[in-house]
Design a protein around this ligand. Structure first.
Ligand code: GDP
Ligand code: IMO
Ligand code: MG
Length: 424
């Protein structure tokens, strides 16, 4: 049984928490795209863990974790993350594997990320996480990137860094941005490479062998469907395929070996960074931020908040082939009297039931809302379907019907324990 878990909104749907819950019934957790732009928060018995590149499955002792070929690996920040987990008494030794084909995020990529954002006019800024993701994938697609197997070869590392720095500095000068230099970068990367060496291997072959032996594989998506470089609100997206297909190209597991796809979503919508957001609501933002919720795990930025958007999530279920929904943050709506759900968009006298390709058009659509009576009671203590207030059950059932996917898991709080299956 191989499961792919994807976010079906704009990221931060609670993927880390659901992966942690589902890892109980899986043997290996695999990240197949993105890098340390992700921020997955998991709370276990009150202890908080925030993971950026490390797969959340590592929080379950004895489970294996793989960072696949489709990921971009910042060796310096990864070492920091491994050490942080160690301080929290979790050792990754002997159970973490890094693909030798994954591309390396160098300090110069972070530098270029900042340069491009600074140079862009206000309306063109993406609001990236500043983790060097775009420039690293750009080098990969340009066939100029450095892969993990090369990180281990000191000569190649130094040569490639010098070349990349030279070109990056030409661009920096043209953009009016400060330049960067190679020697310190080479030293820092070489040190990180030595630390990571025992973890680097051929994960593609490893995944095939694990699959042949009948091990259950879990793919931990990062970002969300509308940050996908093809299907997201381009250009306000990340630089990888965050949808189901990315799990295959980013790991080497063929599509025919995927058994189920869990679409993770919040009971409302959030987005961090720039770009269109039809159901954005100041009222929801004030409410959730007032409760101390919805601040980004990677950059600490306040997330933009809004009502549930059934147009985007239905389309996302189709794109990803979602077989089951995992809905989180139901408790975020506990105090709301009237809850709105967007069922269609209107633009220039026309009705839209699928998201348009153009971010400019999406920016102009007017959401058509259906309003639900809120339950106005605390759901954080609910532990099964029948514990939920009647209005909450109605809300969940209608969402599931609107987006044409069955509800499997419900989460009513950040802790591992505040999660249950619908049929229980
Ligand atoms: P991810 O990037 O998809 O893994 O999501 P994040 O961890 O960035 O953001 C989700 C946030 O919601 C985190 O702070 C989680 O601890 C929190 N969370 C997840 N599920 C629930 C829930 O059901 N209720 C509440 N109150 N918080 C939740
Ligand atoms: P998780 O895995 C939410 C957003 C950034 C920005 C855009 C591009 O925690 O859900 P990038 O640094 O990737 O080039 O930024 O994508 N973004 C995320 N938003 N959750 C994430 O990851 C994100 N990763 C990137 O805010 O708008
Ligand atoms: Mg996150």
């Amino acid at each position: 049984m191989n499961t792919v878990l994807v976010g079906i909104q704009w990221g931060d749907e609670g993927k880390g928490k659901i992966v942690d819950v589902l890892t109980e019934s899986h043997d290996v957790v695999i990240r197949s795209q993105g890098g340390s732009n992700a921020g997955h928060t998991i709370i276990i018995g009150g202890e908080k863990y925030v993971l950026h590149l490390l797969p959340s499955g590592l929080l379950r002792r004895g489970k294996k974790a793989i960072i696949g070929n489709g990921c971009v690996v910042d060796p310096i920040s990864l070492v920091g993350e491994i050490k942080q987990l160690k301080r929290q008494k979790i050792s990754v030794e002997g159970r973490l594997y890094l693909s030798d084909r994954a591309h390396v995020v160098l300090p110069l990529h972070r530098h270029m990320d900042a340069a491009r954002e600074a140079a862009a006019s206000k309306s063109k800024k993406i609001g990236t996480t500043g983790r060097g993701i775009g420039p690293t994938y750009q080098d990969k697609i340009n066939r100029l990137g450095l892969r993990l197997h090369e990180l281990l070869d000191e000569k190649t590392l130094a040569k490639k860094i010098r070349l990349r720095v030279k070109e990056a500095n030409q661009i920096c000068r043209a953009l009016g941005w400060k330049t960067t230099s190679a020697p310190q970068m080479i030293r820092d990367c070489s040190r990180a490479a030595k630390y990571l060496k025992p973890y680097i291997c051929d994960t593609v072959h490893m995944i095939h062998e694990l699959d042949r032996k009948g091990r259950n594989l879990m793919f931990e998506g990062a970002q969300g469907t509308y940050l996908d470089v093809d299907f997201g609100t381009y250009p306000f997206v990340t630089s990888s395929n965050t949808t189901t297909g990315g799990a295959c190209t980013g790991s080497g597991l063929p599509p025919t070996r995927i058994s189920s796809v869990v679409g993770t979503l919040k009971a409302y919508t959030t987005r961090v960074g720039a770009g269109p957001f039809p159901t954005e609501s100041q009222v929801m933002g004030d409410l959730l931020h007032g409760l101390g919720r919805e601040f980004g795990a990677t950059t600490g930025r306040a997330r933009r908040c809004g009502w549930f958007d059934a147009v985007m999530t239905r389309y996302a279920c189709r794109l990803n082939g979602v077989t089951e929904l995992a809905l989180t943050n139901l408790d975020g709506l506990d105090s709301v009297g009237k809850i709105k759900v967007c069922t269609a968009y209107r633009i220039d006298g026309k009705k839209l039931t699928v998201p348009p390709a153009s971010a400019e058009v999406l920016k102009r659509v007017e959401p058509v809302y259906r309003t639900f009576r809120g339950w106005q009671q605390d759901t954080s203590g609910c532990r099964c379907w029948k514990d939920l207030p009647a209005e909450a059950k109605t809300y969940l059932k209608v969402i599931s019907e609107l987006i044409e996917a069955p509800l499997g898991i419900i989460s009513v709080g950040p802790d591992r324990d505040q999660t249950f299956k619908k049929n229980r």
